[in-house]
Write a protein that binds this ligand. Structure first.
Ligand code: ADP
Ligand code: F6P
Length: 477
């Protein structure tokens, strides 16, 4: 029986919907971030349960909203709740003050508070408890992302032993960085409690194996076709690199809608013929937004002929707003935007249009369609789906993708994108110059290469290759 025929139990920190407290009471909103964008199209194809946090405290109104949502879908949403102290130590603390910066190579931003670890384990056990109740012996259990690396170990303690899999959406750091984590061995051993481990890129898989060699005794990695098998005293774990994709057809089809095209025209026409450079990001310090703005400032300063001929539209979706570092970043970005606009703006020309809110899909597609250039310059990123979404939305095979060489997607998109080092503001400014002057024929050749790769290695391909790896378990046991 192929894994596609099994029921799926998805476990992630956030459910695909988040509950917001409004004046009228709790209301459902789509959760932001690449994990949800990627997984959502897979839900239509199969039945299952999704276990995760709603972003709110428990209440009968919240439970009722979830039940109502679940009734309308093949996928039942099962909430996990945390008390304020757990939220602060597990989510804000261990997940976002330690793992997130460390795994993005930003160790100086880490706060290795020793009280966080116990809460990380407690909350991971809570997710496992909730999932164990929902899991039948035939199910595939699919845990997602760094918040929940110890859920496999907890599930085994609860007697759930079959088809335990984990996908790591963010980068996995090299041993030199990972070794700073006081709980490095415990985390690695917990990961080895899964049957299948998926990473975004070969670089992440290589780093993981290098960390195992350095910090875990008696764990041996060997090649098995295109994957690796790690033998450890308790079990055998399959380890692979599976670059996550998008639902290409959904983006391409959506972008060809005539209302989207009309809205894109409206955006372009409102900008007096300027070339549109677009940034779209969750508001996160890993996305390199201040560095990008500095590069744009460099362009305006040293290429004055571009003034009044280009505009940067920077769309940021609010994220993790109760974490002080994120609020500081927002203030920094807004100051930079207003300084650049103040310094270079003229009547009839605003150099940067700054949008700080979540856009619905048609509006997002209209911006992708309107943009001559996408500027995707994270300092480090597990994958970065925005780069893929932009290309998929280019229905006329024009446009230029400028992409950070430190995004996971650069491994797949290096042949069509202009790759840049996001810390090198001059080089990014020069890449914008090159993009502005790129002849249509070269744009077409590049974007077609990008689209072909993104179309082929789409989200369904990702699922099938990950599960195909899982199916190898039966062959080797
Ligand atoms: P991450 O997972 O770190 O957030 P990704 O680039 O992989 O980064 O995914 C971000 C997702 O969020 C994409 O699917 C993108 O379309 C979506 N997104 C980003 N900004 C906005 C916005 N302002 N409005 C709506 N969606 C957004
Ligand atoms: O992989 C990126 C990611 O951390 C996802 O796990 C998460 O859903 C998304 O970013 C948004 O972050 P948060 O859930 O902390 O709002």
């Amino acid at each position: 029986m192929g894994w596609l025929e099994h029921r799926m139990v998805v476990i992630s920190n956030r459910l695909p919907i988040t509950i917001e407290e409004t004046k009228e009471g709790p209301a459902l909103e789509a959760s932001s971030g690449g994990l949800v964008t990627a997984l959502r199209p897979l839900l239509n194809d199969c039945e299952g349960v999704w276990v995760g946090w709603t972003g709110t405290d428990a209440s009968p109104a919240v439970e009722a909203l979830l039940e109502e949502h679940s009734r309308k879908s093949n996928f039942v949403l099962k909430p996990v709740f945390m008390c304020p102290e757990e939220r602060s130590r597990f989510y804000i603390g261990f997940s976002n003050e330690i793992l997130w910066p460390l795994f993005h190579d930003l160790q100086s931003r880490c706060n290795f508070d020793p009280t966080y670890w116990d809460t990380y384990l407690t909350v991971n056990r809570r997710f496992a408890d909730a999932a164990a109740i929902e899991t039948h012996s035939d199910d595939v259990v699919w845990v997602h992302d760094y918040h929940l690396m110890s859920v496999g170990a907890s599930l085994r303690q609860l007697g759930v032993n079959e088809r335990l899999t984990y996908f790591h959406h963010i980068p996995f750091p090299s041993p030199d960085i990972f070794e700073k984590l006081p709980w490095r061995t415990e985390i690695l051993k917990a990961l080895l409690d899964f049957d299948v481990l998926g990473f975004q890129t070969l670089r992440d898989r290589r780093n993981f194996v290098a960390c195992l060699r350095k910090f875990v005794k008696h764990a041996e990695a060997r090649e098995y076709g295109e994957h690796l098998i790690v033998d450890s005293p308790r079990r055998t774990t399959f380890v692979g690199a599976f670059p996550i994709g998008i639902d290409y057809e959904e983006f391409a089809h959506g972008a060809s809608d005539h209302e989207v095209a009309a809205r894109a025209d409206e955006i372009v026409n409102s900008l007096n013929g300027c070339r549109v450079i677009l940034g779209v990001d969750r508001l996160d310090y890993t996305k390199g937004i201040p560095e990008r703005l500095a590069a744009y400032r460099h362009l305006l300063e040293f290429h004055p002929e571009r003034r009044q001929r280009v505009v940067l539209i920077e769309v940021v979706v609010p994220s993790r707003e109760d974490i002080p570092k994120y609020l500081e970043l927002k203030t920094q970005i807004e100051r930079q935007v207003s300084e650049i606009n103040g310094q270079y703006g003229e009547p009839g020309w605003v150099p940067i249009h700054y949008i700080h809110r979540s856009l619905d899909r048609p509006e997002l597609l209209a911006y992708y369609s309107a943009a001559h250039i996408a500027l995707v310059t994270p300092l480090k990123d597990g994958m970065n789906l925005v780069a893929k979404e932009y290309c998929a939305a280019r229905v006329h095979d024009d446009g230029v993708l400028i992409l950070s060489e430190f995004a996971g997607s650069a491994f797949q998109l290096n042949r069509g994108a202009l790759l840049v080092n996001p810390y090198d503001t001059r080089a990014v400014a020069e890449a914008i110059e090159t993009a502005c002057d790129m002849p249509p024929a070269e744009q077409r050749t590049r974007i077609r290469k990008l689209k072909a790769r993104i179309r082929h290695e789409n989200i369904f391909h990702w699922r099938d290759s990950f599960w195909g790896c899982g199916e190898l378990i039966a062959q080797t046991s």
